[in-house]
Each structure stands twice: as C-alpha cells, then as structure tokens.
Design a binder for this molecule. Structure first.
Ligand SMILES: Cc1cc2nc3c(=O)[nH]c(=O)nc-3n(C[C@H](O)[C@H](O)[C@H](O)COP(=O)(O)OP(=O)(O)OC[C@H]3O[C@@H](n4cnc5c(N)ncnc54)[C@H](O)[C@@H]3O)c2cc1C
Length: 624
C-alpha cells in the first residue's frame, strides 16, 4: 500500500497535465496509465492525423508521410514521456486502475510491467508481487478519456475493419476504403486517404456531413471531399457487412452495396467509465454517460475531492482536456478556479478547414437568419443541432467496445454513433435575468432583429446571424478560393458574439480573435471597429461584424428591412462611433492625469464562470 496526496487515473492529455501541475505544487502524485503515457492525442489521434494531412497537402508520397508520422509520434514509444513525469516528481504506475473503496485505488499491472515505470525506482509504489498495487489518495482525478462504440452493423466482427487509431498507426494504404461516419475524424481521414490515392467512400446516416454544425459547413466540406475524389453517401445508414475475397461488402438501408478492402469506423465514442468502480463512490453510470462535473471540474455526487478532466467529462478536444486539467490542478492546490465553456474551439483540419466556437442557432430559426452576408445565400441557414459529431472512431488500444456490445441506449445513427450534447446554459443572477428579460422584451418591440434573430437551442440567447464569403476578400481572390464563408452569431440581448463558424484555409488561425471576443464578451460594436490587415481573410470577419453592428457590411439597411431582419445597433447597443467618442474622452482624461496605470476591471474566471452551468451528456452522436 502506498499513500499519495493525489492519484490520477489515466495518463492522457488531461491526466499528465494535472499530475505535473500538482506535483509542481508540492503534492505527492501517482499517475496510473493502462496504455501509452500521453494518451490518444499524441500517438493515435490528433498528431498522427494532422501529420498525415499536412504530408498530403504537401503532395508527399505515402511512404514518406508514414515515416514522418512515425517521427511525430515517436514510434509509439512513451518512455520519454514517462521520464518527464518522473522528473516532475510524479510516480508513474503502469496498469489499470479501479477504485475499491473511497480513498483507495487498486492497480492491476499490465503483464510484464514494473510497479513503477520510467523512473529511478526511488519513488516506487507498493507492489504486492501478485500483479496488483494498492494506492491511497486524498484527491482522486479521473481522466480516463473516451472509448470506441461498436456500431450495430450485422457481420461487423467478420470483416477487415479499422478503428481510427488502428488506421493512424498502420503503414497500409487501402486501395478501396469505406469511412463510416461524417464527423470531424471521418472527414479528415476521408480527405487524407483520398489525397494519397485510396478510392474512398464516406457513409454518413445523417443528410449532411458535420451534422453538429450549421449546414453550410458540411455542404462546403462535402464538395471539397468530392473534388478530392471521394464518394460521399449521405442519409442512409449501414446495416450489414459481409467478408468477400477482396475485403468486404457493406450494405446500406437504401439498398446500396459498397465493396472495399477495408472499413474505417469513425462513427462514435463515449466516455471510458466502465470498470472504474465508480459505484464505490456512490456514482451510478450508464454506458454513454459523461461524468457529471461542476464548473470546478469536481465530480458531482461523490462527496468531494474527486475530480475529472478530459473526454471522460464530455469534452471532446485536446485543448479542452488541457484546460480542464488546469482547472482541476488549481482547485486541488487550493486556488479556487472555475471552467468557462463559452468559447472552446471545435476544428476540422481538412482543406478547407472548419472552425467553430460557441453557440450556433437552433433549427427553429433555420430559415429565419438575420443579415445575409452576400444577399444570396439564404439557403445556407444554420442547423438545429447543437451537438458536435464525434466521429472519431474507436481506439486501437482498447479495441472496439465489444464487451459492452452495441450501445443500444444511443439511437443507431450511422453505425450507432454516440451524440455528445454540450450545452452552455447561463444562469444569470435574478437581477441580471430580469434586466435581460426586460431588454429582450424592449428589443422585441423595437427591432425587426428579434423577428429574424435566431435562438440557440435549449433556452439560450436569441442569436442574430451575419454572413460573409471569403471569395469577396482580396485574399480569397488572390488564392482563388471562392468556397469559404463564415457566419457570426451575436446575442441580440447583450450585443456580444455568442458563436461563430467558418470554413476556409487555416480558419482556426484567423478566427482565433472570435474565440477571444466570445470569452472576453467584447461588444460587437467594438469588434466592428477593429482593423484587419490587407489582404487577409480577417476582412471577411470585418464585413460580418460591421453588418452585425449596423455600420456597414454587404447587406444594406433596406435589404434587412425587406427581409424582416436587422442589426444589433437597432437594439440600442453601442456603435463603434459612440464607442470612439467615449474612447477619445478617456484619452484626453488620461493625458490630463499624468498617465496613471489603468486597471482593467476584468473578472475572467470565478465570478464570470460561476454564472455558467453546464449540462453535458452523451446522447446518440458525439464529437471528438
Ligand atoms: C482520430 C482523432 C483525431 C483527433 N484530432 C483532434 C485534433 O486535431 N484536435 C483536438 O483538439 N482533438 C482531437 N481529437 C480528440 C483528442 O484526441 C481527445 O480530446 C484527447 O485525446 C482527450 O484527452 P484525455 O486525456 O481526455 O483522454 P486520452 O488521451 O484518451 O487519455 C486517457 C488515458 O486513460 C487511460 N486509461 C483509461 N482507463 C484507465 C484505467 N482504468 N486505468 C489506467 N489508465 C486508464 C487510457 O489508456 C488513456 O491513455 C481527436 C480524436 C480522434 C479519435
């Protein structure tokens, strides 16, 4: 038995970061990892996938791309990562952890694994010699990530199928490949394999790609993937698979049969909670459920000192895992910190790439979008679904989730996808809520925006949409990119951005200012006055922002009146002009007072995040 202040279950992005931070803060820490230290992102997901996509975009041959991938992932050797942890003061224990009593974890060591790994042995935990190690803790961190869900397709176990992780660690380039699932991973892997010469068919049960994002994103992406040579089959689920001499035949419910050498499952994952012994802590978990956490990332219903970070909580990105790990570490070290989920970016690293952040409008408002950036694209209206499609297939280490069987809790989707709903519900103070209601009511009476504005699903804010095309910028003209576009969603009640989606070259780079704007709640009126370098795609942002602020953009006031839409300026929200006057006055005042240092009243974490309430759960689809 070895006693630690903190035991971390799972050594992926989240687990490694928490462990390192709390060890740095003086705690004794054991990190238990069943597979590779560093987790999915470094070896089997983000890095290999992005490495191959970049190689494809550079036109490298497959063999060179595979060699580069091996370099990037360190040949799947995690000893350096283990040593880094050890140097940071973390005791690494290789094996599978299970909570056996409140305050106690038992680790079943992997065959042949030492009790402690990657270290000098001077900090060895108490091995029993029987293949198990018992650890006690004051704080427990659950960071066990996500696991694959086997889709309910008859005959699946008899055919040559890959999980995403298997594909991303294989040297094989299939001649004909079926990718099951049109979420981010399915799209990325379709483009990657098609670029290297595979004949790829992507099958998605929903009527469009990226079902969790506004329709225009999936439509542009589908066109791009088709141009890359892939066949895209939407709106029909796979029902049956049969092995053939050359590989397999996949039958869809519409009667289509597709032959391929291999099937790549990019159709669903869920938080990895099975076998953790959570019942011992009083937690009842069902397959597909995410760990319920507070904004401090404490697991609700455990009586305290049990924390969670990463995919296991329902977040779906490496950067989100890292962020939550920061929050957990701060709280364990006694520094109160709350997570704010209002502006976590969602990216698809295809060409063109897709970037989304924050809220998107609901389906009810699909045809009611406000300002139409180019005056022509009324059909590119936002979609209903606030969930993200986590079509990153099952992972190699753990294999498809056969022990749980097809996840019948989830609607069958294309291959039984799990849908992750991540909703952000603001719970304002009573005062703020009534002020907001009053202002909304006033706005409803005063402005056509409210007739055309879009409401986020789940009782969220009323959103006003503005659109712009990248092809209308000089950068788009130079790059001959007539495809990209963006949509900005502003909260009609507060005049700040609530969300955005963009499709275009390297969209994550030039849209990052939107992430900041949402998180920092910068008024649209101020954003509309920001100058963007020429010639950049930032100019498209400027167009949409000015449209939202009612100070320009490609849609005229007359157009808006005609469409029954409007701008935020009509909601009595400050305009850049008004803002500039105020600023001018401030500048003069500052000069007169001999340049005192100005304190910015900016409550980023606690007060602000405390207002937030997050409802996270896995439904019938999920994202990464
Ligand atoms: C194909 C693909 C591409 C992706 N691309 C991107 C991208 O480009 N950008 C992005 O931001 N995100 C991407 N993601 C998502 C990203 O990989 C995850 O969000 C991230 O890895 C989650 O980190 P984590 O620490 O929560 O979990 P993981 O990295 O999965 O770590 C969890 C660890 O816990 C271990 N474990 C589980 N149970 C136990 C146990 N009982 N005892 C001990 N150890 C245990 C596992 O072995 C695992 O190593 C992608 C995902 C996929 C599948």
């Amino acid at each position: 038995m070895a006693a630690f202040d903190v035991v971390v279950l799972g050594g992926g992005t989240a687990g490694v970061h928490v462990a390192t931070e709390v060890a740095g803060g003086g705690k004794t820490v054991a990190l238990v990892e069943a597979g590779l230290i560093g987790g999915e992102s470094a070896y089997l997901a983000c890095l290999p996938s992005n490495s191959l996509l970049l190689s494809a975009s550079r036109g490298e041959p497959w063999e060179d791309a595979v060699a580069r991938r091996a370099e990037v992932t360190g040949g799947l050797d995690d000893s350096a990562a283990a040593q880094r942890l050890n140097r940071a003061g973390v005791q690494v224990i290789r094996g599978t952890g299970r909570i056996t009593a409140p305050g106690t974890v038992e680790v079943t060591r992997a065959q042949g694994a030492p009790a402690a790994a990657g270290g000098t042995g001077s900090r060895a935990a108490g091995g029993t010699g029987s293949g198990t190690t018992t650890l006690t803790y004051s704080d427990l961190v659950i960071a066990t990530g996500c696991e694959p869900v086997a889709p309910p397709i008859e005959g699946l176990s008899d055919i040559p199928a890959w999980t995403t992780a298997q594909s991303l660690s294989s040297p094989d380039l299939p001649r004909r490949l079926i990718v099951l699932g049109g979420g981010p991973a399915g799209c990325e892997l379709t483009q990657m394999y098609a670029s290297f010469g595979s004949q790829v068919t992507l099958v998605e049960a929903e009527p469009r790609l990226l079902p969790g994002e506004p329709a225009f994103a999936g439509e542009i992406l589908a066109a791009a993937l088709r141009r890359a040579g892939a066949e895209i089959r939407l709106g029909s689920r796979a029902t049956k698979a049969e092995r053939t001499a050359d590989g397999l035949t996949l039958a869809l419910e519409d009667g289509t049969r597709i032959d391929a050498a291999r099937l790549l499952l990019a159709s669903g994952r869920r938080p990895r909670l099975g076998g953790l012994g959570l019942d011992v802590l009083g937690l009842e978990v069902t397959p597909g459920m995410a760990l319920p956490t507070t904004t401090r990332c404490e697991v609700a219903g455990t009586g305290g000192r049990v924390w969670a970070a990463g995919d296991v909580t329902g977040t779906t990105h490496t950067h989100a895992s890292h962020y939550q790990a920061d929050v957990v570490a701060a709280n364990i070290l006694g520094r109160h910190r709350e997570a704010d989920y209002s502006a976590i970016p969602r990216c698809v690293f295809t060409t063109p790439s897709v970037f989304a952040v924050g809220a998107i409008p609901g389906e009810a408002e699909e045809t009611a979008g406000a300002g139409d950036g180019d005056g022509q694209d009324a059909d590119h209206s936002p979609s209903a679904d606030h969930s993200r499609d986590t079509d990153h297939g099952p992972d190699t280490d753990h294999g498809p989730d056969t022990d749980h069987g097809p996840d019948t809790d989830h609607s069958p989707g294309n291959g039984g996808r799990t849908r992750r709903m991540l909703r952000i519900a603001r719970a304002p103070s009573a005062e703020a809520a009534s002020a907001e209601a009053a202002s909304a009511e006033a706005a409803a009476e005063a402005s056509p925006v409210t007739q055309g504005g879009t409401a986020a699903q789940g009782g969220g804010p009323r959103l006003v949409t503005a659109r712009a095309r990248l092809g209308d910028t000089a950068r788009g003209y130079l790059g001959q990119d007539d495809l990209g576009r963006l949509e900005l969603y502003a909260d009609a009640g507060t005049g700040v951005l609530a969300g955005a989606v963009a499709v275009g070259p390297d969209a994550a780079s030039w849209m990052s200012e939107v992430t900041l704007a949402i998180r920092a709640k910068i008024p649209v009126a101020v954003l509309a006055d920001v100058v963007h370098a020429f010639p950049t795609y930032g100019e498209a942002l400027e167009t949409a922002l000015r449209e939202l602020a009612g100070t320009g953009g490609s849609t005229t006031r007359a157009d808006q009146q005609e469409k029954g839409t409007g701008t935020l300026s009509e909601l009595d929200i400050e305009t850049p002009e008004g803002d500039a006057i105020e600023q001018h006055q401030e500048v003069i005042a500052d000069e007169a007072v001999a340049s005192p240092r100005r304190e910015v009243p900016f409550d980023v974490n606690e007060a602000d995040a405390a207002e937030q309430e997050r409802a996270v759960g896995f439904d019938d689809d999920d994202y990464r």
